[in-house]
Design a binder for this molecule. Sequence first.
Ligand SMILES: [Zn+2]
Length: 88
Amino acid sequence: MKDERILTCEEALRFLAAYLDGELEPGMDHEVEDHLARCRSCYSRADFEKRLKERVATLGRSEVSLTFADRIRRLMGRFEASPDNRDS
Ligand SMILES: [Zn+2]
């Protein structure tokens, strides 16, 4: 009987930015950590994003209009280049 839900990779990656920012709800951070401990590919991804976050923090202290998650999405190319950032 499972008493512990294991996150899928998709879920873990979705929570990763918030996890690295320390913004996850109590309990969720543990679930992400648990996934990272089991999943080498997500661990590598987390490690990469953590380094990236540290670099961004070092280089861009005065440039924090974007959230970290937005920066990461752009850097990872998941953001479609939208010329004026409109929602519609
Ligand atoms: Zn994974």
